[in-house]
Design a protein around this ligand. Structure first.
Ligand SMILES: NC(=O)c1ccc[n+]([C@@H]2O[C@H](COP(=O)([O-])OP(=O)(O)OC[C@H]3O[C@@H](n4cnc5c(N)ncnc54)[C@H](O)[C@@H]3O)[C@@H](O)[C@H]2O)c1
Length: 387
């Protein structure tokens, strides 16, 4: 039983992960090289916990206990008693290497070392270690205390024991855990790309405007937010950076090609909500156009985005990135999709999905629309994923 959890980096993700571990009864050692940041994150956590008391989610004595279990420290050497350390520092491979090298000299040989990286390979992070079979990825979603999903990513160096122990601990925190191969974007950030990319492409082709595409995905598809509202929420700079990094990491596979529209929006500083303007104007709401609620057009838009999403989900299974069950769990728990994409494909009919993709592929002649071989095989064999 691992009692003490270490967290390195007390930014957005680190403080959330520290809160989860402390709420689950662990002693937590939270290290950041910036004393200023430690102060800020402690202050923010205190506010979050007071709110939880007000909402009667925890008692006041639990609030005090949670806080008393976290040691905020600028000294990395204090992490020595930890059985698991989760790194959540800046997304830079050289700095991550320095941290893991330093950690290896501080913690015991049994300590599991995990990274919360979104875009770096776990294999590359583990390369800095003498004993790399204790490295793995544990990818939390933002905000970590609220989002139920954690992707667990063993690399080619990781031992089964490391994976099993990490999985057990994180499940004991009430999280939904999915196992995922060490591939770019893991499950969620890979499979979700067409939600943004195909919406942008539909706009670029002049088929519909932002509001209409959002309406189709939200009102007809049941997604919580339309893609343009969501990109404005995430930030066009952040969303573009993820798309670009997945595209590069896939050796420029055209399925993941970023969009010039989004690049220009990011370059112009139209970042979304945080800058007051993105695809929508948040200062002058009246400037935004109303959707054209044409059901035929809406259904065409929804089906096109959905078929590409389903094709991507099938590819994740085809390439053994994750099981069909975990792919569907990841998309419903990690990004709140109304249904698992593979189950959705079963319901629509895999043959219908395949035909639609084939039509797009024939029309455009672009690899972006190529139907996945597993989808073809399943249709040929008259199989479904779940039903
Ligand atoms: N923000 C998200 O939505 C999100 C979601 C999932 C995963 N991630 C990943 O989590 C990691 C952290 O992201 P974040 O958004 O919390 O970043 P952040 O910028 O909010 O926080 C990073 C923290 O690390 C500290 N830090 C930097 N270098 C350090 C060092 N050498 N030693 C100790 N502390 C150091 C900084 O002071 C800062 O407090 C990244 O790898 C990111 O890819 C982020």
């Amino acid at each position: 039983m691992i009692e003490t959890i270490g967290v390195v980096g007390s930014g957005t993700m680190g403080i959330g992960i520290a809160q989860i571990a402390a709420q689950n009864g662990h002693q937590v050692i939270l290290h950041d090289h910036s004393e200023e940041q430690l102060k800020k994150s402690k202050f923010n956590l205190e506010k979050v916990l007071i709110r939880l008391v007000e909402k009667q989610k925890i008692t006041d004595s639990e609030r005090k206990d949670i806080l008393s279990r976290i040691l905020f420290t600028p000294k990395i050497s204090e992490l020595w008693p930890c059985g698991l350390v989760i790194e959540a520092i800046i997304e830079n491979i050289d700095i991550k290497h320095q941290i893991f090298k330093a950690l290896e000299d501080i913690v015991s040989e049994h300590c599991i070392l995990a990274s919360n990286t979104s875009s770096l390979s776990i294999a590359s992070i583990g390369a800095s270690l003498k004993n790399s079979n204790r490295i793995l990825g544990v990818h939390f979603f933002n905000p970590a205390p609220l989002m139920p999903l954690v992707e667990i990513i063993p690399s080619i160096q990781t031992s089964n024991k490391t994976t099993d122990s990490a999985k057990k601990i994180i499940e004991s925190w009430g999280k939904t855990v999915v196992l995922c191969k060490d591939t770019p974007g893991f499950i969620v950030n890979r499979v979700a790309r067409p939600f943004y990319g195909e919406a942008l492409r539909i706009y670029e082709e002049g088929i519909a405007d932002f509001a209409t595409i959002d309406w189709a995905l939200k009102d007809l598809g049941g997604f919580r937010m339309g893609p343009f509202t969501l990109m404005d929420y995430i930030g066009n700079d952040v969303n573009f950076a993820v798309t670009e990094s997945v595209f590069k990491a896939f050796f420029y596979d055209p399925r993941f090609k970023p969009s010039f529209t989004q690049k220009r929006y990011a370059e112009a500083g139209y970042l979304g909500r945080k800058s007051g303007r993105g695809y929508y104007d948040y200062n002058k709401i009246n400037n935004n156009s109303e959707p054209i609620k044409d059901k035929v057009l809406g259904t065409l838009i929804l089906n096109r985005v959905l078929c590409l999403l389903i094709n991507e989900a099938v590819d994740a299974v085809f390439m053994s990135v994750a099981t069909a069950k975990d792919v569907d769990l990841a998309m419903t728990k990690g990004v709140n999709y109304p249904k698992g994409l593979l189950k959705w494909g079963d319901e629509i009919g895999l043959e219908v999905v395949l035909n639609q993709l084939q039509k797009l592929f024939d029309f455009y002649g672009e690899d972006r629309y190529r139907p996945n071989p597993l989808l073809r095989k399943m249709v040929h064999e008259n199989k479904t994923f779940f039903i």
